[in-house]
Design a binder for this molecule. Structure first.
Ligand code: AGP
Length: 607
């Protein structure tokens, strides 16, 4: 899980590579490096830690000369985060330098073979085998050497390669790891993410698995594994450059929380026409959903919790049974799937390794696949039979916020759309779409109703642990609320179905134990109220999340968070917002690195 960039042109390459790496730092940030080619020789600069250290080492790139280069920011998998293990890696003869994102699964065997052939390894990484294979297969033609090398590799890789014999030329290869080529004027680029390209060009080519690219300042050529040249059609990136920047907020996470009214509007508004939900990308919805006997939702992390929240509306409106299964569990569970199963795959990045693997597994067993994805052209989006984009815009903070709310919004819309196609709703669709259209406004109100969150964060930030409780849809939101708290503030936070407390967890409740109680579902409010009373009587401090006029809850809670009135069917979207803000302010109180929490990366492209 790393970020890679490449540049060839007439400008000094190093500052451009460093700027690109800064944009990709969210993909990994334990070490970084660049390799730049100048007058037939390659110079490598690598550091442990953040890109800032590399900028310091190279005077922001000005101390490195050369107009062709590759760069890497790393999140360690094989080998500790050290300077030796940082990329780029060099071949023993100094002819090749490479950067790699992904994992080489057969590297142990290859390493043994190469060592017995006399190659000397400088690092513990899986990547280093690739550069020695290149040296071994090189007979004066880099493309041939790359194809022969790729034939030996199992696993996932996006590679950037330079060779001192070919000044001005960079190579890029993709296999199960994202890689995008940027077309400039007299200069060309590659990167593992468009964020690193938008400052230079909006014209891009998405490489596909098994494709190789050769970039010079003048042209980009793409080949398949047999060496046959392919005609690729460039796409245009429509994202605003500013959209990928912080826009005046202290952290990307806060910016992205505040963007949610606009993001959810972008998800919903274009898909509601004349009181009906319309997904043009699903073509014939009747054909898609008729004959479906079971829906399985699969995803990881917050995307999985989005599935948990969406399940209620899907089941209620379609009356089709819905299971929500973690992708890392589903793929090894010998799942009961056939052609009457619809698999809904949720992923912000579209590159999560477990999610992709679960999707492939279910697809092989005959399921139809529908992806709910944010990143256009990502692997999940490409593999699915049907793809619905969330249109949330780029999400930079590791902790997802607008990614989650837009995913839930899409599930709500799918519920309505499927229910109509199945004939389970008629006139009600108009009322449901009106409620969906209110969601952006309700998110804004959920932000505005809670000015006291920074103060509450001061009260709760030093707690040893926080429990989040709720029932039904409130429980689904509690799961995501607790994850937000854990991942950015490092507080121990757990979500429990409120009715489960008395089966064990209540033993942990003691004097002043904070309990965040979610009470936004009128159908089961009374039951949650009983659970609040139970924990209160054991000394808990209760922070309740509910409606402003909910007198019963107001009278028992110690502190309050509010959401505006919303139908229980669609409540998760505004309901999560105060919990995102609470996690943000607690993390800020605790001095945490909010956008890049320790041990985490934005896109988890390893199993
Ligand atoms: C959420 O805040 C996390 N960073 C993480 O759980 C994330 O949702 C998960 O890794 C799935 O990512 P995806 O949506 O890109 O597939």
């Amino acid at each position: 899980m790393c970020g890679i960039v490449g540049y060839t042109g007439t400008q000094n390459a190093a500052p451009i590579l460093l700027e690109g790496l800064k944009k990709l730092e969210y993909r990994g940030y334990d070490s970084a490096g660049i390799a730049v080619m100048d007058a037939g020789s390659i110079s490598v600069n690598k550091v442990k830690g953040r890109i800032a250290n590399l900028c310091e080492r190279t005077d922001d790139g000005s101390s490195v000369s050369g107009t062709t280069g590759i760069g890497h920011t790393r999140w360690a998998t094989h080998g500790a985060p050290t300077e030796e293990n940082a990329h780029p890696h060099l071949s023993n003869d100094g002819r090749f330098a490479i950067v790699h994102n992904g994992i080489i699964e057969n590297y142990m065997n290859l390493r043994e073979e190469l060592i017995s052939d006399g190659y000397v390894f400088q690092s513990e990484t899986d990547t280093e085998v690739i550069v020695h294979l290149l040296e071994m297969y090189y007979r004066g033609n880099v493309r041939d050497a790359l194809i022969r090398t790729a034939n030996r590799l199992s696993g996932s890789y996006a590679l950037g390669v330079i060779c001192s014999e070919e000044p001005g030329r960079i190579y890029a290869v993709r296999e199960k790891s994202p890689l995008i080529l940027g077309l400039g004027m007299g200069e060309n680029f590659f990167a593992s993410d468009v964020t690193a390209l938008v400052n230079h060009t909006r014209n891009v080519i998405y490489l596909e698995d098994g494709e190789f690219a050769e970039l010079t300042p003048e042209e980009i050529r793409v080949f398949d594994v047999t060496g046959r040249e392919l005609i690729k059609t460039p796409s245009r990136i429509l994202w605003d450059v500013q959209a990928a920047e912080k826009g005046g907020y202290e952290h990307f996470m806060l910016k992205e929380i505040m963007e949610q009214p606009a993001a959810v509007k972008a998800t919903i508004a274009p898909r509601i026409r004349d009181g009906a939900v319309v997904f043009e990308e699903l073509r014939d919805v009747g054909e898609l959903i008729s004959g479906v006997r079971k829906i399985i939702i699969t995803a990881c992390g917050s995307a999985y919790y989005a599935g948990c929240a969406g399940k209620y509306a899907l089941e209620k409106l379609t009356r089709i049974p819905v299971e929500v299964v973690l992708a890392s569990e589903l793929r090894y569970s010998d799942p009961l799937i056939d052609s009457e199963t619809l698999l809904i795959v949720i992923s912000q990045s579209g590159e999560t390794a477990d999610t992709i693997a679960a999707m492939k597994e279910c697809s092989q067993r005959g399921a139809r696949t529908l992806a709910v994805v944010n990143v256009v052209g990502s692997t999940v989006a490409t593999l699915a039979d049907y793809t619905v984009y969330t249109w949330a815009g780029p999400e930079i903070a590791v902790a997802t916020t607008k990614g989650y709310t837009t995913q839930v919004a899409v599930l709500y819309m799918l519920s309505v759309c499927f229910a109509r196609a199945l004939g389970r709703i008629g006139e009600e669709e108009k009322m449901l779409t009106e409620e969906l259209q209110q969601l952006p406004r309700l998110i804004q109100q959920a932000i505005d109703l809670n000015p006291s969150i920074p103060l509450l964060a001061k009260k709760y930030h030093a707690s040893k642990a926080l429990f989040f409780i709720g029932r039904n849809t409130d429980y689904a939101v509690a799961l995501e609320g607790a994850l937000k708290m854990k991942e950015i503030s490092y507080l121990h936070a757990e979500a429990y179905a409120a009715g489960e407390l008395k089966h064990g967890t209540i033993a942990l409740i003691e004097e002043h134990q904070p309990v965040v109680a979610l009470c936004c579902n009128p159908d089961i409010m009374e039951k949650t109220l009983s659970n609040i009373v139970e924990v209160k009587s054991r000394g808990a401090e209760v922070l309740a999340l509910t409606f402003r006029n909910n007198q019963k809850i107001l009278s028992v809670a110690d502190d309050l968070l509010f959401i505006p009135a919303v139908s229980a069917l669609f409540s998760a979207v505004p309901e999560i917002v105060p919990l995102q803000l609470l996690a943000y302010h607690v993390a800020k109180e605790n001095g945490c690195d909010i956008d890049k929490p320790k041990n985490l990366a934005k896109s988890v492209t390893v199993e």
